[in-house]
Design a protein around this ligand. Sequence first.
Ligand SMILES: [Zn+2]
Length: 303
Amino acid sequence: MASNAVDAAHTGTSANTGTSANTGTSANTGTGAGASTGIRTKVKQQLARAAGRVPGEGATVLIYHRIGGGTADELDLSTADFTAQADLLAELPPGRVVSLDTATDRLDAGLRTPSTVLTFDDGFADTYDTAWPILRERSLPFTVYLASGMVGGPMSWEGSTAKGAPAVGIGWEQLREMAASGLCTVANHTRSHARPALLTTGELDACGDDVEEHLGTRPRHFAYTWGTPVPHMETALRARFRTSATGQVGRNLPGGDPVRLYRVPVRRTDPIDFFRAKLYGRLIPERAYARIVATAKAVGARA
Ligand SMILES: [Zn+2]
């Protein structure tokens, strides 16, 4: 249900063909996008008022895809908006924004310490070109879930409805630079961005081999493509990774299942107050928004 809500929230935006929370290459040709964007922003501004003032307990894992990619896709944030979010994160108390490993260490130790983790799915070139200088300047740790087969090439896979300018993958040299800084964790997102029904150990290991060959270490974390859990693969995932991240909305607390890590999406039409609300309380605005969009989609409206 929660993952459907993520999908619905994304597909509501546009000309996206829409089976995924993760289409990435942005097919958003966007007829009427302006009007619906305005409505979404207003709804979120009102919902943001329902956020608490107490930081959410446990690990809040934020999902990004593209920054400054120049498309109208909900998964492609403007550089200005991302900079404002990074400024907000950099002003949090020390120890609040941490690496995925540190957040996992805290959960393993039974700690409910508020921890924010930034994650970037797929490995778009703009993760390096746009996001990296902003993150580096503020010393913000982050994770890149890499589809290793797209490195240095076109970002293209089933469901990545690329109609406009083709998106390009990040390069190995750029990944090496980010990893060497100690701020970037490179994680596994399969080699070919295989859809959930086609997830195999071969896909997992091919990505692991690619990363090990070029960066010298094997990824210890994984994110499901489309954010969709694949129950029959959980044994294989547990054997290979500390965590496997879904697109299901929630925070992670001690005792949670590391093979089903919850995450919280960040979207283009999130006003800064709505972004802030993702870090506080019980994610009430986020869940309410997901319900609104899912309902709108169910009745055939564009939210
Ligand atoms: Zn993906």
